[in-house]
Design a protein around this ligand. Structure first.
Ligand code: RTP
Ligand code: MG
Length: 148
């Protein structure tokens, strides 16, 4: 079953949005298979956002994501990678549709509440960066029969 890496960013944690965000993915029908509150070491932040290292905002991005605890998660479900990105909304909250997480809770591109893997390759890479194998828990719920 497909898995993705999602993370409530430091602004989302400070604003008490962990529960709201977890709830949206739970109600959608996806399954939480890993989760932890953590502070991201600088080296991990640089590695995680490595694709942006030449961008002018890279320093700010790393400073922000290491500025306070994040809630890192692994979610599982059919098409969870692309569906979670749709539920997050556009990168810049000013362009994010109402009803999406960034559209409902964000204002500026730097503090956009949530991160989500953008492809199967990045999902695998990011899950591996943030979670040990034993921290991702395989389990089944009978309720899934009512969804799929
Ligand atoms: P994320 O990786 O955090 O899920 O966001 P994303 O895929 O929607 O956007 P991405 O292009 O990967 O950018 C990563 C994060 O960098 C910040 N950003 N700042 N100042 C700027 O112009 C700018 N552009 C991007 C955003 O916080 C974005 O989430
Ligand atoms: Mg990205």
């Amino acid at each position: 079953m497909e898995k993705t890496f999602l993370m409530v960013k430091p602004d989302g944690v400070q604003r008490n949005l962990i529960g709201e965000i977890v709830s949206r993915f739970e109600k959608k029908g996806f399954q939480l298979v890993g989760g932890k509150l953590m502070s991201i070491p600088t080296e991990l932040a640089q590695e995680h956002y490595g694709e942006h290292k030449e961008r002018p905002f890279f320093g700010e991005l790393v400073d922000f994501i290491t500025s306070g605890p994040v809630f890192a998660m692994v979610w599982e479900g059919e098409n969870v990678i692309s569906t979670a990105r749709q539920m997050m909304g556009a990168t810049n909250p000013k362009d994010a549709a109402p009803g999406t997480i960034r559209g409902d809770f964000g204002i500026t591109v730097g503090k956009n509440v949530i991160h989500g893997s953008d492809s199967p390759q990045s999902a695998e890479r990011e899950i591996g960066l943030f979670f040990k194998e034993e921290e991702v828990v395989a389990y089944s719920k009978l309720i899934n029969e009512w969804i799929n």
